[in-house]
Design a protein around this ligand. Structure first.
Ligand code: 4AD
Length: 455
């Protein structure tokens, strides 16, 4: 279009425009609206300029015609510039598609702020196919893309849905501390920090604190960041992740598995029913099928047999034997081959944490469970907990942990012990499964992993 020196002015004879968020305009056909946002797409036609406006709530197709399309000011618009558009919403005719099925015929607009063109243009910053590490440097801009922002919207719906599930099950939310002086999942992944001259750590798991809440608050859960100084640079490990943990009392191992099954199926159902997240999951993961109950239950010892029957080797490249850790690669091969959610249960005592309860019918193994999902592997780890002080002390001794800093945890066994169990869900892992992302990094707002702590 040839830019003309035309002043863009509002026609005061028009009805007053009502302020709207983009998503609300989908139901505002016939109304004159005022919408602010970022220019997500921009294209000039013969006598038209087409804009897709983005404000986080949705995308709105807008069209500038006549003088508005020809004005010099319009030729200065760039991607990611912020504008306020005024105009009338119309339903799109049959056969035409745009977000929400509507279009905004713009009659006036204001520039809030222009984004650069040329060398510094937005598209040069987050060029398609750029090196992942460059894209991570530009995460603050990359988040504006449809895929990443879509995953973040599904993430919000997922957290909302899981809170709804906990509410329905009368499980109370608590907020344990992140700065602690005890470990839960092994000393090798602790982040140490100086704490007024004392040694402290960033929490690996809120489990021990949740256990202390049972006697005062009953069943509890938390959604809290956990921190792991993972040496492994894998697509499913973060240094900081959002950990959903719950602790439930007066139940047995079967009850715990039943609860987990309900949690996963109901929460996923709620996400899929969500008007924003449901269609996003369809878009991100077209072949996704909601899991159904019951989940397959596979005991560790039978998994070892299965791995050997399928000629999958352990980390040393040897045949699996009882007591081996089933590491990421083997676990993934097994899960992907089976292609369904799996409850992998009853791991040997030696490869699990100090607090896990032994199976009454087989002392070599624990009442423990890993929930495995195709494409990601483990998304949840849980177990029944040791109830007796004596057995817990033996657990500490076996793992070479001094029991002293854990006096408050041990006291739960002393002052009215109870059968109880719980689990932790990796939010980014369950999202990687749900949204079909190659790595959990795509499911975290600003992912932290080895060598990455910015922006
Ligand atoms: O299996 P984990 O280590 O179990 C615990 O921390 C228990 N104390 C939880 C509990 O019973 N309350 O971790 C639980 C889950 C894993 O299944 C995985 O989904 C996730 O947390 N997770 C990670 N996610 C991303 N990056 C990491 N480095 C993770 N480590 C564990």
């Amino acid at each position: 279009l040839e830019a003309l020196n035309i002043r863009i002015e509002q026609d005061t004879s028009l009805p007053e425009a009502r302020k709207y968020k983009v998503a609300k305009t989908y139901e505002a056909a016939g109304e004159r609206v005022k919408v602010s946002g970022w220019i997500h797409r921009l294209r000039s036609g013969k006598n038209h300029v087409f804009v897709v406006l983005r404000d986080g709530s949705g995308y709105l197709q807008a069209v500038l015609t006549g003088d508005l399309a020809l004005a010099h000011q319009t030729s200065t618009l760039t991607l990611e510039s912020t504008v306020t558009l005024y105009g009338t919403i119309s339903k799109l005719p049959e056969g035409k598609v745009a977000p929400g099925g509507v279009e905004l015929l713009v009659d006036f607009y204001e520039i809030v702020a222009l984004a650069p063109s040329g060398e510094d243009a937005f598209t040069n910053k987050i060029a398609e196919g750029a090196d992942p590490s460059l894209l991570l440097d530009q995460r603050h801009l990359a988040l504006r893309g449809e895929t990443l922002s879509g995953v973040m919207k599904v993430r919000a719906a997922f957290l909302r849905s899981i809170r709804r599930f906990y509410d329905e099950e009368a499980i109370l939310e608590v907020t344990p501390p992140c700065m602690v002086q005890t470990q839960v999942e092994g000393g090798s992944t602790l982040f140490k920090l100086g704490y007024y001259g004392e040694e402290a750590f960033l929490t690996q798991s809120s489990q021990l604190y949740l256990e202390t809440c049972l006697a005062s608050l009953g069943d509890v859960y938390c959604i809290q960041e956990s921190f792991r100084a993972e040496k492994s640079h894998t697509r499913r490990h973060l240094s900081e992740y959002t950990h959903i943990e719950a602790e439930l009392c007066f139940l047995n191992f079967d009850d715990l598995l039943g609860h987990l099954e309900r949690l996963i199926t109901k929460t996923i159902k709620y996400v899929l029913e969500d008007p924003v997240a449901g269609p996003l999951v369809k878009q991100l993961n077209p072949s996704f099928e909601a899991p159904t109950m019951p989940f397959m239950r596979l005991e560790y010892k039978d998994a070892i047999t299965w791995l050997n029957e399928h000629d999958i080797k352990n980390e040393e490249g040897e045949t699996f034997k009882f007591g081996d850790d089933i590491a990421e690669a083997a676990e993934r091969k097994m899960t992907d081959t089976i292609g369904l959610p799996i409850f992998l249960t009853k791991f040997p005592v030696e490869i699990k944490s100090f607090y896990m309860k032994r199976c009454p019918d087989d002392e070599r193994v624990t009442e423990s469970v890993d929930v495995l999902m195709p494409n990601v592997g483990e998304i949840t780890g849980g177990s029944m907990r040791i109830e007796s002080t004596e057995e817990l002390m033996a657990g500490f001794a076996r793992e070479g942990i001094s029991a002293d800093p854990y006096y408050w945890f041990v006291d739960q066994r002393k002052y009215g012990s109870c059968p109880h169990g719980g689990y932790g869900i990796g939010t980014e892992r369950i999202l990687a499964w749900l949204c079909d992302r190659y790595t959990v990094r795509d499911c975290s707002l600003y992912p932290r992993f080895t060598g990455r702590c910015k922006p």
